[in-house]
Write a protein that binds this ligand. Structure first.
Ligand code: NDP
Length: 343
């Protein structure tokens, strides 16, 4: 079987591709420019007949998608802009997310492909106005980020708000399209995704957004404050990638159609990660942020923390447990220390 993975050059996609290859699938990856993803071809010398790249120059217009889906059995749509700032909210976030997703779904439908998984996000689930992660509440697949396009267009709207809205609007549009056209579509909804980046990173500015959040722990002026705990929830990128494979492999379509799978490895604050890294990687101590004198003075001390319902991932996708934060932070930091040697 062959799966089309969109956005093959990205952090999450690199692992999604690995996970499909490991599960015995053939993979065709889409990239905007081949130059950016040659490293993927180089990474799989033994998989020459199992892995190929195709160029899809513009996911919004869908140019090149018709050719890309030919002969494909299923689609894993990961491509979507993930950044914390924007110049034009519609052009930078909303169009590539929403129109990009609909272009992919239409190409799949036209080619007779039924099984689709999309990389959505906990950003499409959480309610920022009610506290996001900081509330006494259990988020399930029934919860939707209430953000609207009108709010996106408000003057001075923040980057994280617009990004989150783009994920919500794209996922909502995807389920609607799938229901109308008889596609079996599921969404994967992880919070912050961490793990050693596999994609090519040639400079600081190329570190993908979630890896940059971890990198900020060891990259910045001495004595700086601990970063803001915007979203203390995470999932390991391997678990997220495997969820994509499993969602397409569940035979009984009724168990996955229209479903939203929260993948979640736990919660930790930047203060906790800083203390942990100081213990585990003393050589990095001088690069860590400065901690307040006592845990009572940590920024979010004593706040309630939401619970994330992972039972659908366990019951339908067969997960038993997810990788924990300590292991994930260490692996990611160690990888970033290696990667930065070439900056
Ligand atoms: P990356 O920035 O590493 O990857 C983003 C991918 O999307 C790249 O392949 C990029 O292609 C592609 N892309 C971005 N904009 C466009 C566009 N306009 N047209 C076509 N392709 C585009 O980020 P991640 O790997 O982290 O993100 C992958 C997916 O995972 C996204 O859907 C994101 O929303 C989702 N996600 C990520 C989380 C995280 O913490 N990392 C958390 C939850 C969800 P190019 O290389 O050409 O720019």
């Amino acid at each position: 079987k062959t799966v089309l993975v969109t956005g093959a050059s990205g952090f999450v996609a690199s692992y999604v591709i690995d996970a499909f290859l490991n599960a015995g699938w053939r993979v065709r990856g889409t990239v905007r420019s081949r130059a950016k993803a040659q490293h993927l071809v180089d990474r799989y010398p033994d998989h020459a007949d199992k892995f190929e790249l195709v160029e899809v120059k513009d996911i919004v217009t869908g140019e090149g998608l018709k050719e890309a889906v030919q002969g494909v059995d299923a689609v894993a749509h990961t491509a979507s802009p993930y950044a914390l700032s924007y110049t034009d909210p519609i052009k930078d976030f909303i169009d590539p997310a929403v129109k990009g997703t609909l272009s992919v779904l239409q190409a799949a439908k036209d080619a007779g492909i039924k099984r689709i998984v999309i990389t959505s996000s906990f950003a499409a689930v959480t309610d920022i106005a009610k506290g996001g992660p900081w509330r006494d509440y259990t988020y399930t697949e029934k919860d939707w980020n209430p953000a609207t396009i009108e709010e996106v267009l408000q003057e001075g709207q923040t980057g994280p708000f617009v990004y989150s809205a783009s994920k919500k609007l794209a996922e909502e549009a995807a389920h609607k399209y799938a229901a109308e056209h008889g596609l079996v579509l599921s969404a994967i909804n992880p919070p912050m995704i961490y793990g050693p980046p596999l994609q090519k990173i040639a400079s600081r500015s190329e570190v993908n957004t979630s890896s940059a959040a971890i990198y900020a722990l060891i990259n910045g002026p001495e004595g700086r404050e601990v970063p803001w705990n915007r979203l203390p929830f995470f999932a390991h990128v391997e678990d997220v990638a495997l969820a994509h494979v499993r969602a397409l492999e569940v035979e009984d379509a009724s168990k996955v159609a229209g479903r939203r799978f929260i993948i979640y490895g736990g919660a930790f604050t930047w203060e906790e990660a800083t203390v942990f890294l100081a213990e585990q990687r003393p050589a990095l101590k001088s690069r860590l942020p400065a901690l307040p004198a006592s845990p009572e003075q940590y920024k979010d001390h004593g706040k309630p923390l939401a619970v994330l319902d992972t039972s659908p991932a366990k019951e339908v996708l067969g997960f038993k447990e997810f990788k924990g934060w300590q292991e994930t932070v260490l692996e990611t930091v160690d990888a970033l220390v290696e990667i930065e040697k070439s900056f």
